[in-house]
Write a protein of this length. Structure first.
Length: 112
């Protein structure tokens, strides 16, 4: 990892090391991932756009890069990807706002 990087670069060597440390689990995860992204009721493109949005909510830099690339390979335009990111942004902000109801409720419960 370079000194100025927050996260190490993703590499085949890194993937191989993780697989060697837990081969059975790694194989199961790869199979699960392939099944999830396979064409089904939703197109592969749509699934990748969902993954781009979720990656932004979970703030996974590796996921953001890989699913953005995969979405484009499945035919998503830059505009579609950006709209998916805006949906994620609205949902995350909306969740913070709606959860304020918990704080308001708690404030109402506390006796001064």
């Amino acid at each position: 990892m370079k000194g100025d990087q927050l996260y190490p670069e993703s590499s085949r060597e890194n993937v191989k090391k993780r697989a060697e440390l837990a081969p059975e689990i790694s194989e199961a995860f790869v199979g699960f991932s392939k099944a999830v992204y396979k064409e089904g009721a939703l197109s592969e493109k749509t699934k990748q756009l969902i993954a781009v949005a979720v990656a932004h909510v979970t703030q996974c830099p590796y996921c953001i890069r890989s699913h953005t690339r995969l979405a484009m390979r499945k035919g998503a335009s830059k505009e579609e990807i950006m709209e998916a990111i805006w949906v994620a942004t609205e949902m995350r902000a909306g969740a913070a706002y709606s959860h304020a109801a918990l704080a308001v409720d708690e404030m109402d419960q506390v006796k001064p």
